[in-house]
Design a protein. Structure first.
Length: 442
């Protein structure tokens, strides 16, 4: 009954209703575009490509595009080139003075960096387009001869990815949640029903007791999901004391509050960044099968292998620290706290407070990054106990962490609209803490 009342309340709020409907519209456009095949390609000849993307690292790439890659769609290159470009620009923001200056210029600097990111995205797309077509030919897809087909197909692929980026930005501005993450989430959810059915059927094709094993897998999946939610929502509360101030006839401050520092302040972005880096070898291999590749390329593109998962986990740990350093500014937090008459008991305001916050963040980010890396490589362990490739991707890994992070973030925004208009939230006990919750909530 409470759930139905919540749905009614959501529908009553005109702004929230319009945002949800707008989000559904853009998601429908994205899903429709993932089935629009490149002109000149026969969809019946894509059997080899779909077989290639059914397992291995290519299955992850296909998942990020919502199946558009295996369909040879105009959205086949997906959103990952933009994420790769974002990584490069953010790294330049830490290494090159010009980009450092832009990052400190506020909104105008952010617009310029976004513009550079888009230019770099187009350059990456123009490089990946011919590689995509080369892979189609390697998988037995008959491509029309001539320069015009290849030129027009590369332009269509680049335009399709930029249109996907535009859809994500419109979801962010006009809809609910982070649009780029929402696009990736939809691609993941689209794969779940098929993976669930395949796992269910595979259990009955083996030995007796298949139903029991399937139920055990579902319970295990729920347990991993709960662990992922705890990882996303976990916080370390730092007490903040506010000094009493009397302005006129009113007294302000004097109460103790808490500064919630998240164990995983970076959210799912380290997972997405690390996965984007792991896709880079595919460009050098021209999206071909690993049969003719060197042992080195085979090792770092085998998602079940030791070296792939070691590098993947290392990148997640590095990007967790990197993204946390970008999103959290202890100096700014200390200055805001001092300006509002607040201080951490036993710590001097100013630089000492900033150092204390930075030290706390470093200590809680270390275990958070290791737990994040462990959850990311859990699909490998799921395969070891006999779970199919498609279903194992939801036992942790990129799929589950993005799903949990984006869903919590979206629910948090919906709940904020409800509470702002004095309706009950989505949960009776406590507020939903999404991955983009305010760190400086003091």
């Amino acid at each position: 009954m409470k759930f139905l009342n919540t749905l009614k309340n959501i529908w009553k709020i005109e702004e929230l209703r319009d945002r949800l409907l707008t989000t559904l519209l853009f998601v429908a456009v994205f899903r429709f575009g993932s089935f629009v095949v490149l002109p000149g390609i026969d969809p019946a000849s894509l059997t080899g490509l779909q077989q290639q993307t059914s397992e291995g690292i290519m299955s992850l790439l296909d998942m990020f595009t919502g199946g558009a890659f295996s369909n040879a769609s105009v959205f086949g290159l997906g959103i990952m080139p933009y994420i790769s470009a974002s990584i490069v620009i953010q790294l330049l923001g830490m290494a090159i003075p010009y980009f450092q200056k832009l990052s400190r210029e506020g909104e105008s600097g952010r617009r310029k960096m976004n513009q550079y990111t888009r230019f770099l995205t187009v350059a990456i797309l123009l490089l990946q387009g011919p590689a995509f077509l080369a892979n189609l030919s390697a998988q037995g897809v008959a491509l029309p001869a001539g320069f015009w087909f290849r030129f027009s197909s590369v332009i269509l692929l680049a335009a399709g990815s930029m249109f996907t980026l535009w859809l994500g930005e419109r979801i962010t501005d006009k809809g609910i949640g982070n649009g780029i993450s929402m696009i990736i989430l939809i691609g993941i959810i689209a794969r779940f029903p098929q993976a669930l059915v395949q796992e269910f059927l595979s259990r009955f094709e083996t030995a007796a007791g298949g139903l029991i094993m399937f139920l055990v897998e579902i319970v295990l999946l729920l347990a991993v999901t709960i662990f992922a939610i705890m990882l996303v929502q976990g916080t370390r509360k730092v007490p903040v004391q506010y000094a009493k101030r009397v302005i006129g006839n009113k007294q302000y401050g004097g109460a103790r509050q808490y500064l919630p520092l998240k164990v995983n302040a970076a959210g799912v972005m380290p997972i997405i960044f690390a996965q984007a880096i792991m896709f880079v070898p595919l460009v050098f291999m021209r999206f071909s099968t690993t049969g003719g590749a060197s042992p080195f390329w085979q090792a770092i593109t085998n998602i079940d292998g030791f070296w792939y998962n070691l590098i993947y986990a290392f990148l997640i740990i590095v990007f967790t620290y990197f993204y946390t350093a970008i999103t959290i500014n202890p100096v700014q937090m200390a200055e805001d706290m001092k300006r509002n008459g607040g201080f951490i008991p036993g710590v001097k305001p100013g630089k000492k407070t900033a150092d204390y916050i930075d030290d706390v963040m470093s200590r809680i980010t270390l275990p958070g990054s290791f737990f994040l890396a462990f959850v990311a490589i859990m699909p490998v362990f799921a395969k070891m106990i006999g779970i199919t490739t498609g279903f194992s991707q939801f036992f942790g890994g990129t799929s589950l962490l993005i799903l949990v992070g984006v869903v919590l973030d979206t629910l948090q925004q919906i709940e904020s609209h409800l509470l702002m208009r004095h309706y009950d939230g989505l949960l009776k006990s406590g507020r939903i803490k999404g991955r983009t919750g305010s760190i400086a909530a003091y």
